[in-house]
Design a binder for this molecule. Structure first.
Ligand SMILES: [Zn+2]
Length: 516
């Protein structure tokens, strides 16, 4: 059984009521910030803070890579850290110890940032050192701007401030002051009773959620050295928690060793090789201990032919697979984000100028696997998913991306989502057949595998991830193999969304506990 949903993307135009001239707004906003500075202990006390050593602990959450599309947010880790920050210059040292709750390895690292360069040491003492990814550095320094002890001074340092309409949060009234910094809009919510900042939103694009509010909420204010400091911190994306922490101790103006923020010459001399895109997406990837390396880079788009008219598009951490039909193309997976899907779609169009991409089949809804699907939606590709994932993709199709317009935002059109259930779905051109089978696993309930009966190739994501014919043994490999056997699919080769291809024998061996 199947059904089609047509999602119309309406262009919504918001107009913010203009209240007075820019200068008057700025003066008004400035007065509110000065009032807040006073509540925090006064400008002088705030300015007297030169550095800070913070010890904290907390939990991280994930609302994207959940088993069910749109499922409940779940906790993924506990962590503790020591952060030494310079409050005058962009320098910090972050020593992080995270414990994963799932099967993933623990996340332990040290980051040292000294202005434009940073060091990343992964693992424990003596771990591998590398240059900190420019986007990770930019993201960390952006977070530093909204540190409790600093945000009011950062805001008062802006040339242009905006007063936005007051907001109600949980029944309380807040005054809202906004400013632009390095292309991002910051919005400070000031408690109209205590005058302390309650939260700071950064507006940014998310590949799936579109225009997003990335919020840091402050609580548990305590006076340290004459300055009010929030000891409770909570990060949210569009209201869903990402991280919650309780600060254990704050020490101000400690005497730091002269080399507290020093980055070795060998790392300092390496050329930055990615754009410094500040993004919550990256921090979510770090929290999940998964790759973000290609953000801000332009990896190649490589067509690897794996069978007659079947191409695995490699070059990045996640592949797209193209199946050439008589008069159209079928794509499996639109992963990552627009910065990857745009060059991939462009390369596909150049290679097959007369064949439109008629279908796109996502393997599952996780952010890194579906984040580039809008690039395929913009081409008019029909999205084929199990019933359970229909609403998820409808939301992805509808989400406005006005802050950083992507392909679909620039080329708004109706998106067709074809959902199915009660068996498998077959796509055919009269000659070749493509079978799409739902195969729910503990990894994702909307997981589907794509089977090409003529070549006996099975396309899958995240369970096998073959590298040069090798498959690493893991419990999820067995889950996949059991699923394939239950569906009675006669598979010779598994093609991964990660990695390349492997013979089914190697997959079976890995499922038994060995690698082959
Ligand atoms: Zn996944």
């Amino acid at each position: 059984m199947r059904k089609q949903l047509v999602v119309l993307c309406l262009l919504l135009v918001f107009s913010l009521g203009r209240t007075g001239s820019v200068q008057a707004q700025s003066a008004d906003a400035k007065a509110l910030l000065e009032q807040s500075a006073k509540a925090m202990g006064g400008m002088q006390a705030l300015r007297s803070l030169k550095n800070q050593v913070v010890e904290s602990e907390g939990k991280q959450f994930d609302s994207s890579s959940t088993p069910r599309p749109g499922g409940a947010t779940r906790q993924i880790s506990t962590f503790r850290y020591t952060l030494t920050r310079d409050l005058i210059q962009p320098r910090l040292k972050l020593e992080w110890e995270g414990k994963s709750l799932g099967a993933r390895d623990d996340v332990r690292f040290v980051e040292i940032i000294d202005g434009p360069v940073g060091l990343l040491q992964e693992g424990g003492a003596g771990g591998k050192q590398s240059r900190l990814h420019p986007a990770r550095l930019a993201t960390r320094l952006r977070e530093e701007k909204r540190v409790g002890a600093k945000i009011i001074l950062v805001a008062l340092g802006q040339k242009i401030l905006k007063r936005l309409p007051d907001a109600d949060l949980d029944g309380k009234r807040y005054q809202v002051v906004a400013f632009q910094d390095s292309g991002d809009e910051f919005r400070i919510y000031l408690d109209s009773t205590t005058h302390l900042p309650a939260q700071v939103e950064i507006l940014e694009d998310d590949p799936l959620e579109g225009d997003s509010r990335y919020t840091l909420r402050y609580s548990d204010w305590r006076k340290v050295d004459g300055v009010m400091i929030p000891f409770g911190l909570r990060l949210e994306l569009n209201g869903k928690p990402l991280q919650e922490e309780q600060i254990k101790s704050v020490r101000n103006n400690v005497s730091l060793a002269p080399d507290a923020f020093s980055v070795p010459e060998s790392i300092r001399n390496q050329k930055p090789d990615a754009k410094p895109i500040a993004s919550q997406w990256l921090l979510r990837r770090v929290a999940g201990n998964v790759s973000y390396q290609d953000l801000g880079r332009n990896p190649p788009v490589e067509f690897i032919q794996i069978a007659d008219s079947v191409y695995q598009i490699q070059g990045s951490s996640h592949n797209t697979i193209i199946i050439e039909m008589r008069d159209h193309l079928v794509a499996v997976e639109g992963p990552l984000y627009e910065e990857r899907s745009y060059p991939v779609v462009k390369a596909i169009k150049e290679r097959f100028p007369n064949k439109p991409i008629r279908y796109v089949i996502p393997t599952h809804h996780h952010l890194d696997h579906s984040g580039g699907i809008r690039g395929f939606m913009a081409e008019g590709a029909i999205v084929v998913v199990p019933f359970i994932a229909e609403n998820f993709y409808a939301r992805v199709a509808k989400a406005p991306h006005t802050l950083r317009p992507d392909s679909l935002e620039r080329n708004r059109r109706a998106v067709v989502i074809e959902s199915y259930g009660g068996g498998h779905r077959v796509l055919t051109d009269g000659n070749r057949q493509i079978e799409i089978w739902p195969l729910p696993t503990s990894h994702a309930e909307d997981f589907q595998v794509i089977y090409l009966p003529r070549e006996k190739i099975l396309i899958e994501a995240d369970h096998v991830s073959p590298r040069k014919g090798q498959v690493r043994s893991a419990p999820v490999v067995k889950e996949l193999v059991d699923g394939i056997d239950k569906l009675r699919l006669d598979v010779t080769t598994v093609a991964g969304i990660h990695g390349d291809t492997a013979p089914m024998q190697a997959v079976r061996a890995a499922a038994q506990g060995g690698t082959q």
